[in-house]
Design a protein around this ligand. Structure first.
Ligand code: EZ4
Ligand code: CO
Length: 397
């Protein structure tokens, strides 16, 4: 079975998504997600200009060989653009192979290890009353675990709390003060624990903003509140930073949503510096690569917590859910859903009920792409926010 055609579809039903659709001489199509938030067209061009010409005529069943050819054969390895493009090809080929087998994709990954996939949702508020309402809303939706993000006194616009202005094209500017945040956050978690009790799994995302010393202090200050995990405490490219954090706190650490190969985790996993790996299928070279990552992590007792924001498309999310159902060392899946219009473009892939996901039993990935609906939502340039300190200098976002 040969690949005969490939289309790169850029669409914006509420937000931008990049999708690769491969077609074979057997008339099958496979889908892969190539969405890189704020840099979407770079991946679209990488695919259409550089990857698609290499794929036409190749064996659609040779997933590992194609992966290695695109990774090693480019000479310029790694990076989010390259690895998102490889991920899209990889997932589309797994989709096709599972359709040929007549099986849902998770069956080709070893079959189901669990009945359903537990998720966590996002709660946030500028102050405690708003935050409590947000947590109650997630619990009412059935989420078994909640990520808690809060405003900080003295800061106007904080990650996950500030609402974006309508129709901004240039990046939203948020503000940041690590000292104010470090003083404020432990009290917020104390209040949340007092209000919601000891059983609710709570998570928090630091979004790469602290020095190792600050992160160590925060981890220690949060220990009484028994977090499920503390995410991205330091800038992620600095693997050795987590040695210092780990020496000072037992808080479970999660990292990796911006990583793109297993080498980004080499020190972290082999030295047992983290508890959860966060890489999504979409930015990490696909199912082939994330499965290998999770198998390495399993050797060290480290579990999965794959990135699942709205900028992972329904195609990328479906791939994650198949993997989550199959691997033994699953931890939790982030899930926020997508803008309503996305359901006009992407159909199927998984169901979400009582805070849990299931990929269903349709052969392949289970997602269909409506090209007419996609064309009705043209690409719109969009950026992630940037972060500024009080003196105007740039801080990690
Ligand atoms: O900032 O998906 O854990 N989730 C996150 C997300 C990321 C965005 C980046 O595109 O950190 O909110
Ligand atoms: Co995060």
């Amino acid at each position: 079975m040969r690949i005969v055609d490939a289309a790169v579809v850029v669409t914006s039903p509420g937000r931008n998504f990049v999708t690769l659709q491969l077609r074979t001489d057997a008339g099958l199509t496979g889908l892969g997600d190539a969405t890189l938030n704020g840099r979407e067209l770079a991946v679209a061009a990488y695919l259409s200009e550089h990857v698609v010409p290499l794929l036409i005529g190749t064996d659609a069943h040779a997933i590992e060989h194609t992966w290695q050819s695109l990774y090693r054969g480019a000479y310029w390895r790694r990076g989010p653009v390259t690895m998102a493009a490889i991920a899209a090809v990889d997932v589309a080929l797994w989709d096709i192979k599972a359709q040929v087998a007549g099986l849902p994709l998770y069956q080709l990954l070893g079959g189901a290890s669990r009945d359903r996939v537990a998720t966590y949702g996002h709660a946030s508020g500028r102050d405690l009353p708003e935050l409590f309402d947000s947590i109650r809303a997630r619990l009412a939706e059935g989420y078994p675990a909640v990520r808690v993000q809060t405003g900080v006194p003295g800061l106007q616009r904080v990650y996950a709390v500030a609402q974006p202005d309508a129709d901004t094209v240039l990046p939203v500017v948020e503000d940041w003060d690590s000292a104010a945040y470090l003083r404020h956050l432990p009290g917020v978690f104390e209040s949340v624990r007092n209000e919601f009790g000891p059983d609710l799994p709570l998570l928090h995302d630091v979004h790469h903003r602290l020095s190792p010393q600050q992160a160590a202090r925060l981890g220690r200050d949060l220990e009484p509140y028994d977090l499920f995990w503390l995410e991205d405490v330091t800038p992620a490219e600095d693997q050795s930073a987590l040695r210092l954090v780990r020496q000072h706190t037992t808080v479970p650490l999660a990292i990796g949503e911006v990583f793109n190969t297993v080498f980004d985790y080499q020190t972290l996993i082999t030295e047992r510096l983290i508890d959860f790996v966060r890489s999504p299928v979409t930015h990490f070279g696909g199912i082939t690569a994330v499965k290998k990552l999770l198998d390495l992590a399993a050797v060290y007792g480290i579990r999965s917590g794959l990135h699942g924001p709205a900028d992972i498309s329904p195609v990328g999310m479906a791939a994650a859910v198949h993997l989550d159902l199959a691997v033994h060392n699953f931890g939790i899946q982030e899930f926020t859903g997508h803008p309503p219009a996305a359901a006009e473009v992407f159909r199927g892939g998984y169901t979400f009920r009582d805070g849990h996901l299931h990929p269903g039993e349709a052969p392949g990935l289970g997602v269909t792409l409506d090209l007419d609906a996609a064309a009705a939502y043209p690409y719109r340039r969009a950026y992630l926010p940037v972060n500024r300190l009080h003196d105007g200098s740039v801080h990690d976002w």
